[in-house]
Design a protein around this ligand. Sequence first.
Ligand code: FAD
Length: 468
Amino acid sequence: MSSVLVIGAGPAGLAAAVAASDAGARVTLLDSGDGLGGQYWRHLPAQRPSRNEARLHHGWAAFERLRSRIGGDDAIEVVTEAQVWAIETAESVTAQVLVGPADAAGREARALTADAIVLAPGAHDRTLPFPGWHLPGVFSAGAAQALAKGERIAVGRRAVVAGAGPFLLPVAQSLTAAGATVLGVFEAARPPALAKGWLSKPWKLFGTAHKGRELAGYLAHHLVHRVPYRLGRAVVEARGDGRVEEVVIARVDAEWAPVPGTERTLAADAVCVSHGFTPRLELPIAAGCAIGPDRFVRVDPDQRTSVDGVYAAGEITGIGGVDAALVEGRIAGHRAAGGAKSAMDSARRRRAATTDLARRIEAAHGIRPGWTSWLRDDTVVCRCEEVPYARLRSVAEATEQHAMRSVKLTTRAGLGICQARMCGRTVEALIGADTSRGADTSDRRPLAAPIRLGDLAELPTTPKRGSA
Ligand SMILES: Cc1cc2nc3c(=O)[nH]c(=O)nc-3n(C[C@H](O)[C@H](O)[C@H](O)COP(=O)(O)OP(=O)(O)OC[C@H]3O[C@@H](n4cnc5c(N)ncnc54)[C@H](O)[C@@H]3O)c2cc1C
């Protein structure tokens, strides 16, 4: 019996675990969180279940099917609160894991190997900086969404949702469901970009028609709750004494540069901002997987990466939403377990439809370069290390350095607690860094998560093969 290790229990990882077991493998499914479901199906913890959960999620029945299938399958071992902090590929692929509550002392260290591994760690949301974004009350839309779905907490009473992409719609819905008044959803993309992304070759959208129903649900919710949806608008400043009290919204041009004289101020106590997603590439980079020029993990039609025995699925291969994650996970799990290639023919066709969706999202909502013109000299770019835009620019100019590594060392941007997860791609854009080599970018983090020195010191040194 072959063994498969699956990292990440979001839609991609869940689908991979089930498919690998169906194909006859022994599976270990790991997630750093305390439950299954990932970002899309984030829900109240098992100790505080809600009967309303199904009403708050799309595709909840599919999640329940996957969860009960996994729970009743002796061939699948689930380990939650399992933080994979490194991947080694010296002799075999080994995942270094700490098991226990996040940040707790004395977590159990395990080194797990398997015949094949499926990487499905997802993405985190990307937020472009703007003056005042370091004030309390400014949240990434993903954080606001996680609190609303995972704890039923609204991050404010009067909230503004802004940025770019379809993700803004479920965030606004979750916020109103958690009790906030959403003053508006401000989407930076303008109608011509939306038309280019969403209306070209419309027949190709048939494969994802149910997404249209999801969209209609969000729009109905917005109408009922009178949440305005404005195109070609961006948050260009948050102001307040010690915390957010007001938000400045401006019209933007096609390149997202603010149009002077169009500023409008709203009184708000929360601003939730997202400009798309950044794939979590630290584990694939550590494993040696090739990263494409689009900065996603390169996979073949079987979801195989460039490294033998390492497969990838979900948001790390492209931002295609839950359907892409599910179908990629299924293909990856099946093939990682040695399942027949032909059995996945229809899944591969479905995957093609989700790839089309990912392209449309990028064409319609992808970040445009004009956003840098809403920065000021004192706008904090790296929030952990409080590095302002002017310092970053002047150091890059004075040292004539455009590599992330040297700018990091001279300014400390990206060296703080988030290890450049929040600011890395922003800093690279601002200094004009060459990001063509994935391994030399802000995505490279030899340690995928903070780890106590004591835990490091006590690590087992020789992983046992087949111990997954
Ligand atoms: C904060 C956030 C909220 C989102 N909410 C929505 C939403 O409401 N609606 C929507 O349509 N889309 C949402 N998305 C997009 C959504 O994530 C995807 O469409 C879909 O969930 C991707 O599935 P996935 O399996 O690739 O990744 P995810 O669902 O992100 O699952 C990845 C899993 O891997 C685990 N993981 C990551 N790194 C490690 C590690 N080193 N060790 C162990 N475990 C690890 C994570 O804990 C996570 O559970 C959200 C994204 C984010 C970042």
